[in-house]
Design a protein around this ligand. Structure first.
Ligand code: 3PG
Ligand code: MG
Length: 400
């Protein structure tokens, strides 16, 4: 892959595809970014280009609007935050419409001086971005490519998407991989080679089916696979336990039995769970052994004994990968498992990686410092698909 150091960008327009898809709290008068990790992670590439005198046009998706403008998903609040972090004004090209690479964008881009930066409105306001129809994608990619002379792919969190801005634009312009993509790849290579042992992987989140690919590919490489979150109940059911009203993927029970047979004692399951009588922060709760979940109760976190067990397996790990919360950490009574696991990872001396999305948000929501981890990935789905060994279209597009 070419890097930005290989491009002569001074005085030229560079389109940077970043992943600025951040969680927003819309309960107040103005939307508030609740975790700006992806914006911060995007800054080094943009800043390096600006420092070299490029005219930078940043572009990203936010959420999943349906191919038409939707003010809820405007990148406006992100433009403001990006400007603060860069320490320079960011011209925002959104105008409430859906023609994000149209006349207004061309005008703004045409007015940029060397070292100035603009942000286009949400790519997904255009149906061409995510279209399965190559012709529709091509038309949108043409419009985006017409804005610039170079393309830099830095949206690691979106490299598993075959979208116009990710795969079609780099076909049209001289291109390079951004710094974030290169950093993420280095980290993921280290995790897939798993050279430093013991290697512990912690998986959570709601569904076994979402994580099946990564379990299959990592199980032969790890010393411990610790399973929490909603997905642990399908494993517990595979052991013959009743799981009450907890999340359960019945069609995955047989698969979990196979994994348990194959993984033997490397798969570590909770021994106790925090159950609630309903899905609410003020529900009645209890901590019970995993073979004592009553009908009607649902498990919403791993229990203290399980957290201690997981922590003991993490204490001496030389390599740790964590993806998915241990419980419903957004509600205080069910946050202890996720917090305990995060603290155990942070206390360890090994190379530790938090895989994007919910786990990264958990770390920051719980107020844990980023510095406790070797790397907090910006890619949820993207890092999982990489570790599964899948080909990622956005990386293939950057391969010269
Ligand atoms: C993510 O949040 O995982 C990336 O930004 C990709 O978003 P998507 O899952 O909506 O394609
Ligand atoms: Mg996602």
């Amino acid at each position: 892959m070419r890097t930005i150091d290989d491009l002569q960008v001074a005085g030229h327009r560079v389109l940077v595809r970043s992943d600025l898809n951040v969680p927003l709290d819309r309960s107040g008068d103005t939307p508030r970014i609740t975790d700006d990790g992806r914006v911060r992670a995007s800054v080094p590439t943009i800043a390096a280009l600006l420092d070299r005198g490029a005219r930078v046009i940043v572009t990203s998706h936010l959420g999943r609007p349906k191919g038409e403008p939707d003010p809820k998903y405007s990148l406006g609040p992100v433009a403001a935050r990006l400007g603060e972090l860069l320490g320079r004004p960011v011209v925002f090209a959104g105008d409430g419409g859906g023609d994000i690479a149209g006349e207004r964008a061309r005008e703004i881009v045409g007015g940029l001086a060397d070292g100035e930066v603009a942000l286009l409105e949400n790519l997904r306001f255009s149906p061409g971005e995510t279209s399965k129809d190559a012709v529709e994608r091509a038309a949108f990619a043409d419009a985006l490519a017409a804005l610039a002379e170079f393309y830099v792919g830095d949206a690691f969190g979106a490299v598993h998407r075959a979208h116009a801005s990710v795969v079609d634009v780099p076909k049209r312009l001289p291109h390079a991989a951004g710094r974030l993509v290169l950093t993420e790849l280095e980290v993921l290579r280290r995790l897939s080679e798993a050279s430093e042992r013991p290697y512990a992987v912690v998986l959570g989140g709601s569904k076994v089916s979402d994580k099946l690919g990564v379990i299959r590919s990592l199980l032969p490489k790890v010393d411990a696979l610790l399973v929490g979150g909603g997905m642990c109940f399908t494993f517990l059911a595979a052991l013959g336990h009743g799981v009450g009203a907890s999340l359960l993927e019945s069609e995955m029970i047989d698969t979990c039995k196979e994994l348990l047979a194959e993984g033997g004692d490397r798969i570590v399951l909770p021994t106790d769970v925090v159950v609630a009588d309903r899905f609410a922060a003020d529900a009645a709760t209890a901590t019970v052994a995993v073979d004592a979940i009553d009908e009607g109760w649902l498990g919403l976190d791993i229990g203290p004994q399980s957290t201690a067990l997981f922590a003991s397996r993490l204490a001496d790990a030389a390599t740790v990968f964590w993806n998915g919360p241990m419980g419903v950490f957004e509600m205080a009574p069910f946050a202890a498992g996720t917090r305990g696991v995060a603290e155990a990872i942070a206390a360890g001396q090994g190379f530790s990686v938090v895989g994007g999305g919910d786990s990264a948000a958990a770390v920051r929501t719980l107020g844990l410092p980023d510095s406790g981890f070797s790397h907090i990935s910006t890619g949820g789905g993207a890092s999982l698909e990489y570790l599964e060994g899948k080909a990622l279209p956005g990386l293939a597009a950057l391969d010269v």
